[in-house]
Design a protein around this ligand. Sequence first.
Ligand code: BTN
Length: 239
Amino acid sequence: MITHWLDSIDSTNSEALRRLPELPSGTVLAAYDQTAGRGQRGNTWFTEPGRNLTFSIVLKDLPLSALEAIRLNFLASVALVDFLDAKGVKAHIKWPNDIYVSGKKISGMLIENTLGADGRVAASVIGIGLNINQREFPQLAMATSLSLCTGLEYPLEASLEEFLAIFEDLLPQLSDEELMGRYASRLFRRGVSARYHDLLSGEEYEGVIEGVEADGRLRIRDLSGRARLYRFKEVSYLL
Ligand code: BTN
């Protein structure tokens, strides 16, 4: 992978999408300052300039159909958890791809795919925000960083290369069952009774996250014993 560091950009995902035709697979665009970082559900991703990792990985011609593209979320999530493990920080994955440490979010991702005429993923822009050295999150009570977890400071460039080495090693396992198993084993709230909001029916209920289906749907068993399956944005976690 080849990393390009940008001093300032609106969003590394937007920049990668604008330059997609000319960027070879394996290009990584990283920014010291991201002025209009984009998050899930149209949210803005706020980050202190020069303190955190904000980057996008460009991959092309993936052996994935549109339905299998969710595996990219699994791969990137497992890579983030492995990276944090290596720093002595135990993280969990809030399905589908938010990374939490002790109930606080340390990383989020926004994956934007383009499909080819054959229905396969022609290109994927995997945008990751990973909080590294930021110590204060004035507007975000539920955010944390690597530095807040360990008390240490980390060089951004070397940290990114460490993460990318882990990511690249995992890449050949994109379609392996084992990756899925590792992803499921680190799910936040797995095996614990908690409350959920079914966004399809509007119902709130108590259930236990059991794991994920082969197609990436989250499986929650409610108290009546019924297994409920969800795609992205069909369920939310209640506190
Ligand atoms: C989320 O949890 O809402 C997803 C946040 C994704 C943020 C990253 S930072 C690098 C890349 N560029 C963007 O504009 N967004 C992603």
